[in-house]
Design a protein around this ligand. Structure first.
Ligand code: URA
Ligand code: SF4
Length: 260
């Protein structure tokens, strides 16, 4: 029996003892049965034949430095509404991520929702489209949300940083600290009942905590809002067996929101 079968078995047993109606099998199956095949095949690489290199060109000492793009600090966001906050993010150049982004990825979904998801930062697909969680990890997040009996449009989704860190690296402490006031204002404006933190990065920068493996599945609190840390969907794409843990965490959130 694989993990999926075990979960279905447990849910059936529980459903028959309590009479409760559970999640549609199709929605859970879509989250759990993500094919393993999407991993890239390891290619044999042939080392390139070394070409003769031209002699190094001496750089004259007078070579001008490339101009540093001006970093303009974020204004006080405390009293901003959605429109002003969004505009402010779109024009932001407050951290070193600004010059290399294509689009600012502000957030998406319902601004009047009980449930919010927070990721790390945009990847290549998100940078291209200006929308959070639209790549492979995003597809899995969408399935997680459906398994929780919500539509993606019914929850709010945002990230710690709004601009793509080059090469998909994690945001630096500085970048996260500079961008965080935008997310904090988004949380204030949405004022959800529960927040799901996706992975170590939001756990670190929103809660100041390390150790996602130890902390996942444990309720914590942010400004009176219940917060549930769990694994990031990109981690689940690499480790599908961890979906069982994530499903437990999401079910705690569903129970709290009256979805079970
Ligand atoms: N990963 C994230 O953390 N956020 C996104 O928006 C996309 C992928
Ligand atoms: Fe501004 Fe945040 Fe983008 Fe940095 S990541 S430029 S702080 S919006």
């Amino acid at each position: 029996m694989d993990i999926f079968d075990e979960i279905i078995c447990c849910m059936k047993a529980e459903a028959s003892s309590t009479g409760n109606v559970f999640v549609r099998r199709k929605d859970l199956a879509e989250f759990m049965n993500e094919p393993l095949a999407s991993r890239p095949v390891q290619q044999q690489t042939v080392p390139p034949v070394a070409k003769p290199q031209p002699p190094p060109v001496a750089i004259p000492e007078t070579e001008p430095e490339p101009p540093m793009p001006a970093m303009t600090a974020l204004p006080d966001l405390a009293n901003m509404g959605w429109q002003e906050l969004h505009q402010c993010a779109l024009q932001c150049s407050a951290c070193p991520l600004a010059p290399t982004r294509k689009n600012v990825v502000f957030g998406c979904g319902s601004q009047q929702t009980e449930l919010m998801f927070i990721g790390e930062g945009p990847g290549a697909d998100e940078d291209e489209q200006g929308v959070p969680f639209v790549g492979k990890a995003g597809e899995l997040l969408t399935k997680m949300i459906r398994a929780m009996k919500y539509d993606r449009s019914e929850v709010y989704i945002a990230n710690i940083v709004k601009c793509r860190p080059p090469g998909n690296r994690n945001p630096s402490d500085e970048e996260a600290a500079i961008c965080l006031p935008i997310l904090k204002r988004q949380i204030e404006l949405v004022n959800p009942k529960a927040i799901v933190l996706l992975g170590a990065v939001p756990l670190k920068y929103l809660m100041g905590m390390t150790g996602i493996t130890r902390q996942r599945g444990k309720w914590m609190e942010y400004n009176g809002i219940q917060v549930m840390p769990t694994y990031h969907p990109a981690y689940l794409l690499r480790n599908p067996a961890a979906k069982a843990d994530v499903w437990k965490d999401l079910q705690q959130v569903m129970a709290y929101l009256g979805k079970l």
